[in-house]
Design a protein around this ligand. Structure first.
Ligand SMILES: N[C@@H](CCC(=O)N[C@@H](CS)C(=O)NCC(=O)O)C(=O)O
Length: 270
């Protein structure tokens, strides 16, 4: 498969992908690591016992946030341990391609319950449903989807920032802050205020809460006082951050990835 500049420009790619792909194409990365080669026993039910039989989910992506980060968040919040293989060499990526595991020749790839899942949204839906984080009925699910898509749009804007010129970055940073303040955060603030519950949907912890916290923390990396006009969201952030699985994920040394820094992006042009 050939990745051209035109293709890169045409496909909405995660930051980690672009930097990661450049690294895969770089001559300096010449030592292939052993591939996963892990065999999973397929399970008919999604309980913990079958998980033990099937092994931990295994994630294949770059050593960065990109499209995998929300999957890491969701698994961690659900209290599910997972393994990761970071794609650092072209050989690793070619091996995955040749194995036929990448249905559309793209990552993220997640091996879970005997499946080789691609497409971020499909993976997230599966995990959310399996771990009972996806509402009690179709209407709750629809609301969770709407909230999650909103936070996904906001996070998508932020993910593009590190790849932009200083001038574009400044312009888009202002746009992100504006959008967070006037388009996205007011929705969640109002929902929490109106129903007075601890969680966004159905008075129960769900994927919508996890995704919103991830988005809040990302926007705070751009503007630390962004929540100053959102008291409900401030309290929400405190509550959700204190859920034990999430608290653990927020500790240093967890599988959570830092924002793409200049060094990471600089590898893009190596
Ligand atoms: N719709 C897919 C898009 C995945 C995607 O764009 N992946 C990038 C990495 S972040 C990729 O593998 N690009 C290579 C290509 O498109 O050939 C998803 O959401 O998972």
């Amino acid at each position: 498969m050939q990745i051209t500049a035109a293709l890169l420009a045409a496909v909405p790619l995660g930051t980690a992908w672009r930097a990661g792909w450049a690294r895969l194409g770089s001559a300096q990365f010449s030592s292939p690591q052993a591939g996963g080669g892990r065999h999973f026993v397929s399970s008919r039910c999604g309980n913990r016992k079958s998980e033990v039989m099937a092994g931990k989910p295994k994630l294949y992506y770059f050593d960065g946030r990109g499209k995998m980060e929300s999957i890491r968040w969701l698994l961690a919040a659900a209290g599910v341990e997972f393994e990761e293989e970071f794609l650092e060499t072209r050989e690793q990526y070619e091996k995955l391609l040749q194995s036929g595991s990448l249905l559309f020749q793209q990552v993220p790839l997640v091996e879970i319950d005997g499946m080789k899942m691609v497409q971020t949204r499909a993976i997230l839906n599966y995990i959310a449903a399996k771990y009972n984080l996806y509402g009690k009925d179709l209407k709750e699910r629809a609301l969770i989807d709407m909230y999650v898509e909103g936070t996904t749009d906001l996070m998508g804007l932020i993910m593009q920032l590190p790849l932009q010129s200083a001038e574009m970055r400044e312009k888009n940073l202002a746009l992100i802050i504006e959008r967070a303040k006037t388009r996205y955060f007011p929705v969640y603030e109002k929902a929490l205020k109106d129903h007075g519950h601890d969680y966004l949907v159905g008075n129960k912890f769900s994927w919508a809460d996890i995704h919103l916290l991830e988005a809040i923390l990302m926007v705070e990396e751009c503007k630390p006082d962004i929540l100053s006009a959102f008291p409900q969201l401030q309290a929400f952030k405190g509550r959700i951050s204190n859920i034990p699985t999430i608290k653990k994920f927020l500790q240093p040394g967890s599988q959570r990835k830092p924002p793409a820094d200049d060094k990471y992006i600089a590898n893009d042009s190596d």
